[in-house]
Design a protein around this ligand. Structure first.
Ligand SMILES: Cc1ncc(COP(=O)(O)O)c(C=O)c1O
Length: 379
């Protein structure tokens, strides 16, 4: 018997979002095109000021992507070939890719299952046993902050800076402090699927340190500190004025969209509990005082079967991330093996991100919860 698909619910519905703001975006784009000022300039400066204030940081420096933000942060902190940088294996590739690209070595630490973020209980020993560790990069995964106080104090005790990978977590709060304002440098991405997504690539760095901000601003333009004068070797990584113009429009909606995501997460938790569905839904730790749900992730048995069942019912979902970074072929020379980070490996096998975007209707979520239940009842 063919099942009737009652709904089509994509993981993310950027076209629906664009419809709400189309006029404003087109006006903003026309403004930049008419000005013919495409590189940095006023549009980018205004957006940097808006993001600095939103993230409660003194400075914000736009760049071409979240990946470049991570590279620029490591460069500004003088991480060099052969240095080690501690981070999580359960993240998007760019976190460790940025470390490796500089010739430095990612040193992985397992995560906590409940928060998907660095397990602070495992960091101290590693910092003590590996004196070449020159920086720590906690990732605020899926919209929830890592446990920053212990991470920052362990790092500070050894004179090591902390770089926040906040690519997925704009506006997220740790004990009422904004992501990007807690470590030495915060890195953000405006990839289209992020809560504040551009119409192409884009990124931003935040810091409270004025001299670091100057250095980052120079490094994104080949280390230039004066006309044809280069203090450092940098890269070409500027935030496009067209992207900044779009992002400034979308920024005005960000808090409303975030509230929608938070309500959707609440409805999932209540709906899954009410239906007694045997999955573990994401629930923020007490220190995650503002979770922004770039993803709403559940954990459950037979995740691949569940994903296939949801697909049959017209529901989009995604596995973030199916292969932890310590098991990626490009990092095989680091000497890690299967079983080294059991929590990350378990999460890679069990996690499934469900649609959580603010354009979802309440009955979409009810339909998704019913569909998950029907899968486990059948199984
Ligand atoms: C955790 C994390 N770090 C870094 C990045 C890199 O950002 P971008 O795609 O803008 O280069 C992403 C985005 O995909 C991410 O999710």
């Amino acid at each position: 018997m063919n099942m009737v698909i009652e709904k089509q619910i994509p993981l993310l519905d950027l076209r629906a979002q664009h419809k709400q703001i189309r006029e404003e975006v087109m006006t903003a784009l026309a403004r930049v095109v008419d000005s013919q000022k495409f590189i940095l300039g006023e549009e980018v400066q205004k957006f940097e000021a808006e993001i600095a204030s939103y993230c409660e940081a003194k400075h914000a420096v736009g760049c071409a992507s979240g990946s470049d933000a991570l590279s620029l942060a490591l460069m500004a902190l003088d991480v060099r070939p052969g240095d080690e940088v501690l981070t999580t294996p359960y993240t998007f590739f760019a976190t460790a890719g940025a470390i490796s690209r500089l010739g430095a070595v990612p040193v992985f630490v397992d995560v906590e299952a409940e928060t998907f973020n660095l397990d602070v209980n495992r960091i101290a020993d590693l910092l003590d046993s590996r004196p070449r560790i020159r920086a720590v990069i906690p990732v605020h995964l899926f919209g929830g902050c890592a446990d920053m106080d212990p991470i920052c104090s362990l790092a500070a005790a050894r004179g090591i800076p902390v770089i926040e990978d906040a690519a997925q977590s704009i506006g997220s709060e740790y004990r009422n402090r904004r992501a990007g304002s807690i470590g030495r440098i915060g890195c953000f991405s405006f990839f289209p699927s992020k809560n504040l997504g551009g119409y192409g690539d884009g990124g931003m760095l935040t810091t409270n340190d004025s001299s670091l901000a100057e250095r980052l601003a120079a490094l994104r333009v080949h280390g230039r500190t004066g006309k044809y004068f280069h203090q450092w070797v940098g890269i070409n990584s500027r935030l496009d004025a067209l992207q900044a113009a779009v992002l400034r429009v979308k920024f005005r909606y960000l808090d409303g969209w975030t509230a929608g995501r938070q309500q959707n997460a609440e409805r999932y938790r209540a709906g899954l509990a009410e239906r007694k569905v045997p999955v573990i839904p994401a629930s923020p730790a007490p220190y995650q005082t503002r979770h922004v749900y770039n993803q709403f992730v559940i954990r459950g048995a037979d995740r691949d079967g569940l994903q296939a069942c949801l697909k049959q019912r017209g529901i989009g979902s995604e596995v973030y991330y199916p292969l932890p970074l310590h098991l990626q072929p490009c990092f095989s020379d680091l000497g890690y093996k299967k079983g080294d980070f059991p929590v990350s490996e378990k999460l890679a096998a069990e996690s499934l991100a469900l649609p959580v975007h603010s354009e979802l209707a309440a009955d979409d979520i009810d339909y998704i919860c019913d569909s998950i239940r029907s899968f486990y009842v059948r199984a």
